[in-house]
Ligand binder design. Structure first.
Ligand SMILES: Nc1ncnc2c1ncn2[C@@H]1O[C@H](COP(=O)(O)OP(=O)(O)OP(=O)(O)O)[C@@H](O)[C@H]1O
Length: 351
């Protein structure tokens, strides 16, 4: 299945311009609050009508402004799971799950619900009411109610955000497993948590102020953000403005606040690069000195975490954020090392 979306929507002072083609698997939609994540899903579901564009899954057109097509939500065959599970409080678990199967043969409904209860690990809970379930169990009922209708497309809008922090990881994995085992189509997962997106998704769509700033396979997006907005969304802590740049055969030399930083030779393909970036965990501390990209440094401050610490250092007048394992922290604070920015880990960004 392929979901292709190319839409525009203006709401007061906000403009959404989204364009992407999602394949089977989980595509994470990520970006800061108010960037248009939920609005994108609402347009796909038919809850909001775009001003212009086209939305189709395979050959089935949901919306097309040219041919004036706008299929009603209930005919789009979409599964939509929200942050608040929206279960019917007066219906028990099996009635909630069977809700979308109205009109089918009674015995078929019973069999389908029974199979689904097994898949979402809720056998024995069929007579319970939503208020008698934990947040994670309610969420699994919501998912079961959606999956049982065999949707062509699954939309998940921050489905984990109402869960307790300490059970979140486990439930997230459990839910992911249920989805992967029982649904082979396109899943769009809205989140504003990059860690979650990285753990769960195959592809990432980064949105900023209603625009797609990058879309691609998650590792490619995370390792190689293309622009400053994308780098910020994925949580890159070091984004440095380039003052000047010179291309040589053996690499590209950038001047950043009077410090010379080398990047591997690469084609800039006419991109107007303005910044370079590096992830905090890619910055290393080494014994070598006077080598390219090795610099003496001064520690500005340290925030000690459970297993690793964030150490802010100064190289010349550049501030760098580094992530250091707690075992290494004393070595670094002893100031006998140099900091090293591996050229292969640095990336160019368009401003
Ligand atoms: N019905 C509406 N009328 C006017 N503006 C709206 C409406 N719905 C959403 N917006 C605006 O559209 C923008 C995008 O909203 P959306 O809900 O898609 O953001 P989001 O990325 O999902 O944010 P969050 O992470 O906070 O949920 C926001 O600026 C919001 O104020």
């Amino acid at each position: 299945m392929m979901l292709s979306v190319k839409i525009e929507k203006k709401l007061h002072d906000f403009e959404l311009h989204t364009s992407f083609t999602a394949r089977n698997g989980i595509t994470g939609i990520i970006g800061p609050s108010g960037c248009g994540k939920s609005l994108t899903l609402q347009c796909i579901a038919g809850l909001v009508t775009p001003d212009k564009g086209k939305i189709m899954i395979e050959e089935k057109v949901f919306y097309d402004s040219n041919s004036k097509t706008n299929i009603k939500t209930r005919h789009r065959n979409i599964g939509y799971v929200f942050q608040h599970y929206a279960l019917f409080p007066h219906l028990n678990v099996e009635q909630n799950i069977a809700f979308g199967l109205k009109g089918m043969d009674k015995q078929d409904i019973k069999d389908k619900v029974s199979q689904m209860l097994e898949k979402v690990l809720l056998k024995g809970y069929e007579k319970r009411y939503p208020y008698e379930l934990s947040g994670g169990q309610q969420q699994r009922v919501a998912l079961a109610r959606t999956l049982i209708t065999e949707p062509d497309l699954l939309l998940l809008d921050e489905p984990f955000s109402a869960l307790d922090y300490h059970v979140k990881d486990l439930l997230e994995q459990e839910l992911l497993h249920i989805i992967k085992e029982n649904f082979t189509g396109v899943v769009l997962l809205v989140t504003h948590n990059m860690e979650e997106a990285y753990r769960l998704c195959d592809d990432l769509l980064l949105l900023h102020e209603g625009q797609v700033v990058q879309f691609g396979q998650k590792n490619a997006v995370f390792r190689r953000p293309e622009n400053v907005a994308a780098a910020k969304i994925i949580g890159c802590k070091n984004i440095l403005k380039i003052d000047s740049l010179k291309e040589w055969d053996n690499g590209i030399e950038c001047l950043v606040q009077n410090t010379r930083i080398w990047l591997n030779p690469q084609s800039l393909k006419g991109r107007l690069v303005t910044h370079i970036g590096i992830h905090d965990e890619d910055i290393r501390f080494v014994n070598e000195e006077n080598e390219p990209n090795t610099f003496p440094f001064e520690v500005i401050h340290t925030v000690t975490g459970l297993k690793q610490s964030s150490v802010t250092i100064r190289v010349g007048s550049i501030l760098l954020h580094t992530a250091v394992s707690n075992n290494d922290i004393s070595r670094i604070l002893a100031k006998k090392l140099n900091v090293y920015l591996p050229p292969e880990k640095l990336f160019f960004l368009v401003g």
